[in-house]
Design a protein around this ligand. Structure first.
Ligand code: F6P
Length: 331
């Protein structure tokens, strides 16, 4: 097995709270294994441009609790081209990188696969607030984003209750409803709209508000994953159907910021540690994940082929919490 002397670490795609904790873990584990660690700034684009910073133990001090990523992040068009990837390989050669740890989501890992095919060992660490990476049951940032959204919605509820209003809250999740559903359960939403559940507007929104009103409630909380459609439009449709005037809130990028929770700091630290161990032990082309709390490792290609589905029992539980046996859809 070739000895690894120097590795690179980068963050790519949408940022997520806990990315810094992962960068810190990668750096300090590498140093403890006698390797040098180079931070690649601005994701895959940084690898193409040779945009780097040397990391030592001190340079990753006091970042465990910080949101965002000290390495910056980007989505790179150039890396999607053969020419761009060849430039990235050239940077690895020039800097003497024997491997790279790439922290991000599925898009990042598709890049990792391409780079590994060109002979650079890459290990992926899943980090996205969407939690939509198939090979792991958890991605860094999800818990923090859920808690941020919950804190905001709890505040909204106070004013919705005082004014006896309906709130439509849009949370992130272009393709996945994990965030919306978890948050919806945690705030006791009247209805939750996710891309994975085909929407029957009358049944899933209008009837639920109506039943809630009949049960004595005078304020309503509708949580919408952005992938379902515009919260503003949903608000308008509610107004047309029921004659009430919903207030619309788009939580947007607020959900991606803030100090990571204990779960994200701890998971990021373990994943970062095992990513470096995998490189050190010659298992270069894999993605680190968690299953039932433990760390797992899968070859990148296999990992990318895995699908993760929203647990629809949770959808049913969310429905049940509002109205007991009123629920119409089967689990
Ligand atoms: O990080 C994933 C995600 O939060 C998606 O839910 C969302 O659609 C997307 O990022 C938006 O990111 P940006 O505005 O940075 O393109």
């Amino acid at each position: 097995m070739a000895t690894i002397k120097r590795i690179g670490v980068l963050t790519s795609g949408g940022d997520a709270p806990g990315m810094n904790a992962a960068v810190r873990a990668v750096t300090r584990t590498a140093l403890s294994c006698g390797m040098e660690c180079i931070g690649i700034r601005r994701g895959w684009q940084g690898l193409i441009n040779g945009d780097f910073v040397k990391l030592d133990s001190g340079s990753v001090g006091h970042i465990l609790s910080r949101g965002g990523t000290i390495l910056y992040t980007a989505r790179s068009e150039d890396f999607m081209t053969e020419k761009g990837r060849q430039k990235a390989v050239a940077t690895c050669k020039l800097l003497g990188l024997d491997g790279v740890v790439a922290i991000g989501g599925d898009g990042t890992f598709r890049g990792a696969l391409e780079l590994s095919r060109l002979g650079v060992p890459v290990v992926g660490v899943p980090a996205t607030i969407d939690n939509d990476v198939g090979c792991t049951n958890y991605t860094i940032g999800f818990d923090s984003a859920c808690n941020t959204a919950i804190e905001c919605i709890d505040k909204l509820r106070d004013t919705m209750q005082s004014h006896e209003r309906c709130s439509v809250v849009e949370v992130m999740g272009r393709n996945a409803g994990f965030l919306a559903l978890y948050v919806g359960i945690a705030v006791g939403a009247t209805a939750v709209l996710v891309p994975e559940h085909e929407l029957d507007f009358d049944r899933d929104v209008i009837e639920r508000i109506r039943e809630s009103r009949l049960a004595g409630n005078t304020h309503f909380m509708i949580v919408v994953a952005e992938g379902v459609g515009s919260a503003v439009e949903i608000g308008k449709q509610i107004q047309e159907a029921l004659g009430i005037q919903p207030r619309v809130t788009v939580l947007g990028h607020l959900q991606r910021g803030g100090s990571p929770t204990a779960r994200d700091r701890e998971t990021a630290t373990r994943m970062g540690y095992y990513a470096v161990k995998a490189l050190a032990e010659g298992r270069g082309n894999c993605i680190i994940g968690t299953q039932e709390g433990g760390i797992v490792e899968l070859p990148i290609e296999e990992a990318l082929a895995k699908e993760k589905h929203l647990q629809m029992d949770r959808y049913h539980i969310m429905e049940t919490m509002q109205f007991g046996n009123w629920v119409k859809s089967a689990p």
